[in-house]
Design a protein around this ligand. Structure first.
Ligand code: ATP
Ligand code: MG
Length: 608
């Protein structure tokens, strides 16, 4: 391919709105252009690398026995109503009506689409297991698209869905997919941190996220200094630094504690101020936060304040839920509530701090004075850390007042006792007891044992050997193609530009003709044709530009091998790897063989 005949409008300047390296380099190296916020066009050079990432993913999916499908990107709203997610997906799902006023969705994910397609085809256990996948456009109306294609609105995802006659079969495919993912990332030259969700508080749910370390990562990873514990902070657990007590144990422990007493705490607002005012530590404080939760599947029958809540099913076969419910969440004063753990505990699609008005309405006091003692308007969810507080301070449901000598079990009881603690650097590893530390990470892929959620709500059944009807167990497995591509650049670049791993480089070799004319032109053309015959992908820089410009562009674009053909050195040419500083002279007659050998070796090393 000749530079002059393709379209590689490289940029010298760093585009102002691009803050991360991969975004800057994708623009500067002419891989990508922005059309609108979160909407990007790949240019020809970028598309070559994009297709290579896609192809690596495809090969590994095929090798794992998954079958490629091509469902539409536009799917009927009807199937989302069946699963119940028409109600719960929120604003991120782009919906529209066609001319017949029917509801449609631009696929943000495709559990519904695959389930709807396959339930009509599969009727017998003999047809299971089956894993289908697509590499296809997704749209999510992200609130803040950023960092280029790392978080776009339109992007490409490989998403796979598997269906099984039993959970052992699901487990096997889940493991196969995990292995395929490790191979995909290795082939792309990426260092990933696999993060299991089942190592933490969620207990064996079966999901694994594949993270890359990144300063701008949206995820905080909790890692152990000593063992291989790695968890997303959303699910991370740590060893208790307190004594976890049952209600009876807590009552017994509070026996010699003075009775609860109301105290005036005028114009004391924060926990810090209160600690100074009362001369106690934050660990003595029972922090009480009021949360609003949406689509709560937890059964609240008999819970304080729940009798008036509306409860309904979003679809005939879907579980019943409360569209809105409020909770008082208790945690030790020095700790923070983890909203993802909280949402999981109350089985909500979304949780957020309640508005000031809701706090006043539910607690009868302004924000800052909520507490569990005498709270009858809403269910209490207590973190385990609260169980060891038997002489604590907490809000008294009145402006400018608190209780002291509050004791768990004696003065209040929770509706639910659970782990909603946010684990931090310095906490103790649940496996080995060593200190934990934090890293920022970006999620590239996710594998997940879904179980029966979609096959049940969407009524997918098959008959077993005895003719009995069952629902298949299901798994899902996603990788962002664009985000993977950008992450390769994040990991492989230097001050001059991209340093592509051979497997995803847009070309293997760039041949720079110092002046594309006469003997140099003839030599360069011959070398390119020999390389192409050997299966090497070559970009020939035939432009009428100064050598310095061509060298700078070659470094920016990051092609792994560079050959310079100039009059001065013929019949020798300069060969240099992008990762190396020094070049060396090679006889042009031997150059094609040598370059082709290097290309094959590097491909083999990554693909092995
Ligand atoms: P995130 O937490 O980053 O929003 P997610 O949990 O919503 O990710 P999944 O629904 O598991 O992501 O989607 C699978 C993969 O799709 C992700 O691991 C990521 O690589 C990719 N992906 C998700 N959202 C985007 C986006 N807005 N832009 C680019 N890639 C995305
Ligand atoms: Mg998301």
């Amino acid at each position: 391919m000749k530079f002059s005949q393709t379209f590689i409008p490289t940029l010298r300047e760093v585009p102002g709105d691009a803050v991360i390296v991969s975004h800057r380099l994708m623009l500067r190296a002419a891989l990508l252009r922005r059309l609108a916020n979160g909407l990007f066009a790949y240019l020809p050079l970028g598309l070559r690398s994009f297709r290579k990432v896609e192809q690596i993913i495809r090969e590994e999916m095929d090798a794992a026995g998954a079958l490629e499908f091509k469902p539409p990107v536009v799917v009927p709203g009807e199937i989302w109503k069946e699963s119940g997610r028409w109600e719960t997906m929120g604003e991120g799902m782009l919906r529209f009506k066609n001319r017949l006023n029917a509801d449609f969705v631009i696929s943000p994910t495709a559990e519904e689409a695959f389930t709807a397609i396959l339930r009509d085809e599969i009727s017998s256990y003999r047809q299971l297991p089956l894993t289908g996948y697509q590499i296809n456009t997704k749209y999510r109306d992200e609130i803040r698209p950023r960092y280029g294609v790392m978080r776009g609105r339109e992007f490409t995802m490989k998403d796979a869905y598997s269906y099984h006659a039993n959970e052992e079969s699901l487990e096997k495919t889940y493991q196969d997919m995990g292995r395929a993912y490790r191979r995909i990332f290795k082939r792309c030259g990426l260092t990933v941190i696999p993060v299991r969700a089942d190592t933490g508080a969620m207990g064996g749910t079966g999901s694994e996220e594949f993270m890359v370390e990144s300063e701008i990562g949206d995820n905080t990873l909790i890692l152990c200094k000593t063992c291989d514990y790695a968890a997303n902070v959303e699910k991370a657990a740590c060893k208790d630094d307190f004594e976890r007590r049952s209600i009876d144990e807590a009552k017994a422990a509070a026996e010699n504690i003075p009775s609860i007493k109301k105290i005036d705490t005028p114009s004391v607002k924060t926990i810090d101020e209160l600690c100074r005012f009362l001369k106690t530590g934050a660990k003595q404080f029972i922090k009480t936060l009021i949360y609003r939760a949406e689509n709560v599947e937890l059964d609240l029958t008999g819970a304080p304040g729940a009798s008036t809540l509306e409860r309904k099913s979003p679809a005939p076969d879907a579980p019943k839920m409360y569209p809105e419910a409020f909770f008082a969440v208790l945690i030790r004063g020095d700790l923070d509530v983890n909203e993802v753990k909280l949402a999981a505990a109350v089985k909500a699609s979304e949780v957020s701090l309640a508005s000031d008005e809701d706090v006043i309405r539910l607690t009868g006091a302004p924000v800052g004075f909520a507490g569990p003692v005498g709270l009858t308007s809403l269910p209490i969810i207590a973190d385990y850390s609260v169980t060891s507080i038997n002489d604590g301070v907490t809000g008294a449901l009145e402006k400018d007042t608190h209780y002291e000598h509050a004791a768990f079990g004696r003065d209040f009881e929770p509706f639910m006792l659970t782990d909603v603690r946010t684990v931090k650097a310095g906490d103790t590893c649940i496996h080995c007891g060593a200190a934990l530390y934090e890293k920022k990470g970006n999620e590239l892929g996710h594998i997940f044992k879904l179980g029966y959620k979609y096959t049940a709500s969407m009524n997918f059944t098959y008959l077993d050997e005895e003719g009995k009807s069952h629902k298949p167990a299901m798994g899902c497995y996603g990788i962002g193609v664009d985000r993977t591509l950008a992450s390769i650049i994040e990991e492989h670049h230097d001050d001059d530009g991209i340093v592509w791993p051979m497997t995803t480089a847009p070309f293997h070799v760039v041949v720079i003709a110092i002046k594309y004319d006469g003997a140099v032109k003839a030599a360069a053309d011959k070398l390119v044709s020999e390389l192409e015959t050997l299966g090497v992908e070559v970009l020939l820089d035939d432009r009428d530009e100064r050598p310095g410009v061509k060298f700078k562009d070659a470094d920016l674009i990051g092609i792994p091998l560079r050959v310079v053909v100039g009059e001065k050195n013929l019949p020798k040419v300069e060969v240099k790897r992008r990762i190396e500083k020094e070049n060396r002279l090679v006889e042009i007659s031997a150059a094609a063989d040598e370059l082709s050998r290097i290309v094959k070796e590097e491909l083999a090393a990554l693909n092995s």
